[in-house]
Design a protein around this ligand. Sequence first.
Ligand code: GLU
Length: 366
Amino acid sequence: MYLKESKTVVIKIGSSLLINDNKIIREKWLSEFAKDVRDLLRLKKNVIIVSSGAIALGCKKLKLSKKNLKLDKSQAVASIGQIELMNLFKKTFKKINLSQILLTLEDTEQRRRAINAKRTFENLFNLGFVPVVNENDSIATSEIKYGDNDRLASRVAQISSADCLILLSDVNGLYSKNPKIDNSAELIHEIKNIDDNIKKIATRSVGEHGTGGMKTKIDAAKICQLSGCYMAIANGLVNRPIQNIINNNYCTWFLPKISKLDARKKWIISSISPKGQLIIDDGALSALKSGKSLLAAGIKEVKGQFNKGDHVRILDKNMIEFARGLSSFTSDEISKIKGQHSNKIGNLLGYISKSEVIHKDDMVKV
Ligand code: GLU
């Protein structure tokens, strides 16, 4: 099963799972869900939670209705509710280490910001923390806003190179017909192609708390398919929803169209134009050929002005292009550390940093 085989798992929980129609917080459910997360961590998986609920919890605190809430007011409400949301997580997740990341649309769409976010996720995994992500609703305005956490979650899955995204919802998955009005409706277990028929049956259905509905879930699935990530729409209303998927697999899976590695490479290679060049020595060239990362020691020369996360060419000593990649350092930093052993980087730059100038995952051979 796809979830079992995944190393990095993103789980999105919608507002309606955290707060019921009577505006009661579903604390018991959240503590059961925490057991699911604990089990995934025990299996040595990296877990990211994308949680909605800032606006719903803010409304509850202020005794407001979410309906008819104007954007500027909802930004303030989200700011009030986000701390309520994290307090709720902290209280129910007890011994599980949690961190918070609030993202705006630009953080995931701009390469440099996305790669920074990717590194932050990796560092949090290494530290044994579970990032809880939400959209930065207090800052995002309607033009530059996801607005729904389904698509945000799929971007988070893409950036963190996740193997699988689970959208926990208040439905079991996608049905052949509307199950509320048609008894012959059947749950679709696997979807390879999001064709017109799938789009048609994914009719929009919006609850009071969530903003998504099926349409944004299908949008999220499209992003996942092109990121090499499996995605499931599953029922979150049951206790232990993740365990339920593992045991019963009663949900809808969207299968990726390309491998995760190909997706990442496509993302790297599709960069508009490389900003600089790194000329490397023979030692580095053979290290790269055997699949290693590029270290400062093997760099002879740096050309061009570029920033951390920018796209650069890697050339051998005869100026033949060997690979392209995303630099983890600025061109100025590389000028200072080129030719030097990794353990000198801290002293040369005045701060501790990672040792790979271009990580092997951020590199594509041409
Ligand atoms: N980010 C919003 C919140 O936390 C929710 C968006 C959604 O419902 O998908 O309230």
